[in-house]
Design a binder for this molecule. Structure first.
Ligand code: IMP
Ligand code: MG
Length: 175
């Protein structure tokens, strides 16, 4: 049976927020090149739209991590399943993630990236679910702070579905 999805952030609100984030990032990195590291799969939609609103020279790289756990909770044991093609030493890095939930995946990944010696290492997350945090993560740019609900759309999935929704919604799995 199809799950019921209730919109919590509209397409227009997402667009407005991304323009704001892009403006802030463009000011902060003014006159510098910035490498966006998009964390697949969830951040793909967000990273592409964000890149369009950044006025500095941008290059885009992709990483994919899997965190062992069940469908709705990560375990904190993170494995890099797709790594960067290029070294990041002395580069200005902006990691782009869909959502920071427990924080376990990003705490781990940011530490690994830091060890590779970038000039700057910043994090931009579209969504922040602070109620669930168990690992400390410094988020430099946050789109929306949301309550502890399981959400889908705009890149985020439930069992690989709903990434294509243009808005962000809460999924009612009926359990
Ligand atoms: P963390 O390690 O618990 O912060 O896990 C973050 C990852 O879990 C995100 O990158 C998402 O892939 C996934 N995730 C966490 N919360 C949600 C949600 O509400 N909807 C969809 N995916 C989520
Ligand atoms: Mg993710």
């Amino acid at each position: 049976m199809a799950e019921k999805i209730t919109t919590i952030i509209s397409e227009e609100e997402i667009d407005r927020k991304i323009r704001e984030l892009g403006k802030q990032i463009s000011e902060d990195f003014k006159g510098q090149e910035v490498t966006l590291i998009c964390i697949l799969k969830g951040a793909a939609t967000f990273a592409c739209d964000l890149a369009k609103r950044i006025e500095c020279p941008v290059t885009m790289e992709y990483m994919r991590c899997s965190s062992y756990g069940n469908e709705t909770e990560s375990s904190g044991v993170v494995k890099i399943t797709l790594d960067l093609d290029e070294p990041i030493r002395n580069k200005n890095i902006l990691v782009v993630e869909d959502i920071i939930d427990t924080g376990r995946s990003m705490a781990y990944l940011m530490e690994i990236l830091k060890q590779r010696g970038p000039a700057q290492l910043k994090l931009c997350a579209l969504l922040d679910k602070p109620d669930r945090r168990v690992a400390d993560v410094d988020i430099d740019y946050t789109g929306f702070v949301i309550p502890d609900k399981f959400i889908v759309g705009y890149g985020l999935d439930y069992a690989q579905k709903y990434r294509n929704l243009p808005f962000i919604g809460v999924v009612d799995t009926g359990v």
